[in-house]
Design a protein around this ligand. Structure first.
Ligand code: RFL
Length: 398
């Protein structure tokens, strides 16, 4: 419903006001829309920006199952690539883990996040969904009561207001939902103390596996994004500017750390995008504050070392959609009451594995003791079948 003030829309409403059109907000919107729940997505950026932001790529089997269940997997099924193998390299050795044959036997589907987001936007709008582009949520108010509302800066720069029965904070780590949490909310934060230079190269993958290189100069990672595009990561000094290293320096660092001389050359190409990321993580507890619910990165940030963030976002969006549908269509609040605890169990497992991966992959200034622990951990992974099964189960699970 829209109430007008001096001829312009000043105050609008929806049963569920969703903040953010990332994977979490879009999946939530689509599932609510499908069950007839009135909702709107408020998104700070333009549609073009949201559909071109390169981030995640590795989707675990559970994410694919969720998307399939709701008819959202057509794009990733036809254009995604299956990956079931990863390769660890050190200065002395290399070995592969065919994780598709280990643990519970799962593979990743590699499908760039911007493609997934583009598919989800098309699906939501095609089904009559409402997205307000370039509308920034400023704050969530009265969340402890039954009539929360969101204050906004509208596309034309004027202030606006959205009333709802629930507000879903899917607006990431720096969004309005987190800024609006009551004093009782706890944010557990941990800084892993390492940073990456993330690169997107217009170059075919150099190996048919995810590559993790543990080198004295720091970690290097190789992840296919498609037949012509590869993501590379280089551990870099904290605070380094993304353009500090020339393309030549980047390819030289990658070749050195990945042992290209011994294991085969890297296929080079122009660097399309680059950015630095500090490997930090956090968890907000609980995920429900009255009528305000958190999902995706707004609920918990995971360092990208184990590729869990987008997968958690989709899982939480499905759980939240089910819970909100039950309360809004049948008046049953049981699932909503369980939402936070249910998600936090998944989140902490993902955090635990991510922390394990992060410690394994990175050279830190902690001294030789830490270095020897890393070598022992890697040796156990190389030789112990039960350790490999544990790794595979966590690597493709959420
Ligand atoms: P998103 O995708 O950040 O979307 C949030 C949306 O909210 C909007 N927004 C606002 N809108 C209105 N008002 C405000 N005040 C707003 N503030 C923000 C933003 O414009 C945006 O559109 O959050 P969501 O939906 O929770 O999804 C989370 C994932 O995007 C994230 O966890 C992953 O990208 C993490 N991640 C990976 N996850 C995986 O599962 N697999 C991977 O392979 C993987 N690789 C990665 C990654 C993250 C990376 N970065 C960026 C650190 C690789 C990298 C380099």
């Amino acid at each position: 419903m829209t109430k007008t003030l001096n001829g312009r829309a000043a105050r609008e409403s929806a049963d569920v006001v969703i903040l953010g059109a990332g994977p979490a907000g879009l999946v939530l919107g689509i599932l609510l829309q499908a069950t007839g729940v009135d909702c709107v997505i408020l998104e700070r950026s333009s549609r073009a920006r949201v559909e071109s932001r390169a981030r995640a790529g590795f989707l675990v089997p559970n994410t694919v199952r969720i998307l399939e269940r709701h008819g959202l997997a057509e794009g990733l099924k036809s254009r995604g690539q299956l990956h079931g193998s990863c390769e660890f390299r050190t200065e002395e050795l290399r070995f592969r883990l065919d994780y598709k044959n280990l643990g519970n036997g799962g593979q990743h589907t590699v499908y760039p996040q911007q493609n997934l987001v583009t598919d989800l936007v098309a699906h939501f709008l095609g089904a009559g969904g409402r997205i307000r582009w370039e509308t920034e949520a400023l704050g969530v108010l009265d969340a402890e009561g039954e009539r929360p509302y969101v204050t906004t800066r509208e596309e034309d720069g004027r202030p606006g207001r959205w009333d709802g029965r629930f507000v879903a904070g899917c607006d990431g780590r720096w969004g309005a939902a987190r800024r609006s949490l009551p004093a009782g909310a706890v944010r557990h934060h941990h800084d892993h103390g390492v940073s990456w230079l993330g690169l997107l190269a217009e170059a075919p993958p150099s190996l048919d596996a995810v590559g993790y290189a543990l080198h004295g100069r720091g970690f290097a990672g190789h992840m296919a994004r498609g037949p012509q595009i590869t993501r590379y990561y280089l551990q870099c000094p904290r605070g380094m500017r993304p353009d500090a290293w020339s393309e030549e320096r980047i390819w030289a660092e990658l070749a050195l750390r990945m042992g290209a001389e011994r294991h085969g050359p890297l296929t080079e190409g122009p660097i399309l995008e680059r950015g630095t990321v500090d490997l930090e993580c956090d968890v907000v507890e609980p995920l429900r504050h009255g009528s305000l619910l958190l999902a995706g990165d707004a609920a918990s940030l995971t360092a990208p070392a184990a590729a869990k963030g987008a997968n958690l976002a989709v899982l939480e969006a499905e759980l939240l959609a089910g819970a909100l549908t039950e309360v809004l269509t049948r008046g049953d609040s049981g699932a909503l009451d369980r939402y936070s605890a249910q998600c936090l169990a998944h989140i902490w497992r993902a955090q635990e594995f991510t922390a394990w991966m992060t410690r394994l992959l990175h050279a830190t200034p902690d001294g030789p003791f830490h270095g020897s622990l890393r070598r022992a951990r890697l040796e156990s992974l190389r030789t112990s079948r039960s350790h490999q099964d544990w790794f595979a189960e966590n690597y493709v699970g959420v």
